[in-house]
Write a protein that binds this ligand. Structure first.
Ligand SMILES: [Ca+2]
Length: 420
C-alpha cells in the first residue's frame, strides 16, 4: 500500500501541468474559501468486482463503452467541486451520473464529458462540476465511445455553499413602484462583490452548454461606461469558450416586487443571454426545479435577425409541476426591434399569487398556477442571475456561427421595486 501511495503521489505531481493549464489562477479566491474542506480521493478499483464489461486490476478499472461502474462517494460538505479523473483512453469519454435513485426519474449528469486523449499512459483530466449536497452519493461512472481506464477520481472542494443571505422582501400593496435595490453598474473593473458572486464551472450546466464560467476575470465580466459587460471568448489554443455567470446567491435573496433588467443582447447564432431568478434554496441539481425558476430575459442568438437585430425574448416559469425536462413549462415570447444595439427593459412583476412578464413596460406573460408548493414555489426568496451561455440544448440548437467573435451581453442596470 505504501508503494502504491507513493506512486500515486508521483503521478499526481507529474500531471499537475496537464491538469491546470494556468486557468486555476482565476479561482484562487474561491479555493481559499474552501480550504478547510479536504479533497476526497476515490481509488475506483476498491469498490467493485470484475465483470464482462468491467475489468479490474490492482490499480485501475477498465470500463467498456456504454457501460458503467457504481461507487459510493462521501461528499463532505454542500458546495461546488472540481472532479479530477486519472484515466487513459484514446477516444473514450466518461461522464458521472448522480442522484441515480431520484424519485423524478431524471438523469443527472453532474460533470459533462471528460476525455483523456491518450491511451498508453494515464493522464489527469477534470471538470468543475455541478453543486453537490453533503452526504453519501452513489455515483455511476459511465464510459462512452471507447474503453476507458480509470485509476482514481478526486473531488476537490471549490466553493462551500453559503446559505446565509439578506432577504429583500417587497410589499405588494398600493399602486406606485418604488426602487428598493439596484446595481447601476457604475464604476470600472470587476462587478461589485457585495452584491454578486460568481458561479464557475464547465459541466454543461444541465444543458450541455459549452462555456467555462470563470471568476474575477475582467475579460468575461467587467464594468464599463455605466454598464456591466458579460463577454464570451473562444480560447485560441483549444477552442474552448469562457464566459461569466453572476448570482446574488449568498448575498441577497429577493421575494416579490418588480425586477428589471435593462440590456442589449448578442445576435450571434449559438449565444444564449439570460437575466433570471432561481430559488435561494437551490443547493444541488436535485433541488431544482423544486426551488422554482423565473426566466425574465432569455434570448437565443439564432432567433435574432443578423441584419436588423429584431428578435424574440422569452419569459418562463419552471416549477416541479411545470418544467422543461417534462416539456410542460409555461412560457411566452414577444417580438422586439433592435435588441443588440438598443437597450430594452425586461421585467417581471412577482406578486404573492401571480407572475407577469413585461418588455418595455408592456405585459405579455402570465403565470398564475398557485395551488401548492409544486406549482408555486414562489413564496420563498429567489436569487438574481446574469449569464451568457454558448451552445447548449437551446442556444446551440442550430449550431454556432463560425464567424462569431467575443459576443457581448450588456446590462445598464438591475433594479428591484416595491409596490406602495
Ligand atoms: Ca448603468
Amino acid at each position: 500500500m505504501y508503494n502504491r501511495l507513493l506512486s500515486q503521489r508521483q503521478k499526481i505531481k507529474r500531471n499537475k501541468a496537464f491538469a491546470y493549464l494556468g486557468i486555476m489562477t482565476s479561482f484562487i479566491g474561491c479555493k481559499q474559501a474552501a480550504k478547510d474542506v479536504k479533497d476526497n480521493l476515490i481509488q475506483v478499483e476498491n469498490y467493485l468486482s470484475s465483470s464482462e464489461h468491467v475489468q479490474k486490476t490492482e490499480t485501475y478499472v477498465s470500463i467498456a463503452p456504454d457501460n458503467f461502474i457504481t461507487i459510493d462517494v462521501d461528499v463532505p460538505t454542500t458546495g461546488r467541486y472540481e472532479v479530477e479523473v486519472m484515466g487513459s483512453s484514446k477516444n473514450g469519454r466518461i461522464w458521472i451520473e448522480d442522484y441515480i435513485n431520484n424519485t423524478d426519474d431524471r438523469t443527472y449528469n453532474i460533470t459533462g464529458d471528460i476525455g483523456f486523449d491518450h491511451d498508453n499512459s494515464f493522464h489527469s483530466s477534470y471538470r468543475f462540476g455541478s453543486p453537490l449536497s453533503q452526504g453519501s452519493h452513489p455515483f455511476k461512472i459511465h464510459a462512452k465511445n471507447d474503453t476507458v481506464k480509470i485509476d482514481w477520481i478526486k473531488l476537490k472542494p471549490i466553493i462551500v455553499h453559503d446559505s446565509t443571505y439578506e432577504v429583500v422582501e417587497q410589499k405588494m400593496e398600493g399602486d406606485q413602484w418604488e426602487l428598493v435595490w439596484s446595481d447601476e453598474f457604475d464604476g470600472s473593473g470587476l462587478p461589485d462583490t457585495s452584491k454578486w458572486s460568481y458561479n464557475i464551472g464547465n459541466w454543461g450546466w444541465g444543458n450541455n452548454e459549452l462555456q467555462y464560467y470563470t471568476a474575477f476575470d475582467k475579460k468575461t465580466a467587467r464594468l464599463e461606461n455605466g454598464n456591466l459587460i458579460i463577454q464570451a471568448h473562444q480560447n485560441e489554443s483549444d477552442s474552448t469558450w469562457t464566459s461569466a455567470r453572476l448570482t446574488t446567491q449568498g448575498k441577497y435573496g429577493f421575494k416579490y416586487g418588480k425586477i428589471e433588467f435593462r440590456a442589449k443582447v448578442p445576435h450571434d447564432r449559438g449565444t444564449w443571454a439570460a437575466g433570471w431568478l432561481l430559488g435561494s434554496n437551490y443547493k444541488d441539481e436535485l433541488s431544482w426545479p423544486y426551488c422554482g425558476e423565473i426566466d425574465v430575459l432569455e434570448c437565443v442568438g439564432y432567433e435574432i435577425n443578423d441584419t436588423t437585430y429584431a428578435g424574440l425574448n422569452h419569459a418562463t416559469c419552471h416549477t416541479r409541476k411545470y418544467y422543461f425536462k417534462q416539456g410542460n413549462q409555461i412560457g411566452s415570447d414577444t417580438t422586439l426591434n433592435n435588441m443588440t444595439d438598443s437597450f430594452h427593459t425586461y421585467a417581471v412583476e412577482w406578486h404573492p399569487d401571480v407572475i407577469y412578464g413585461l418588455v418595455d413596460g408592456k405585459r405579455y406573460y402570465t403565470y398564475d398556477k398557485n395551488a401548492d408548493d409544486l406549482e408555486w414555489p414562489f413564496s420563498k426568496p429567489q436569487d438574481i442571475i446574469l449569464n451568457l451561455a454558448i451552445g447548449g440544448g437551446w442556444g446551440g440548437a442550430r449550431g454556432l456561427d463560425p464567424n462569431m467573435k467575443s459576443p457581448e451581453y450588456i446590462l445598464d442596470y438591475v433594479r428591484v421595486y416595491d409596490l406602495k
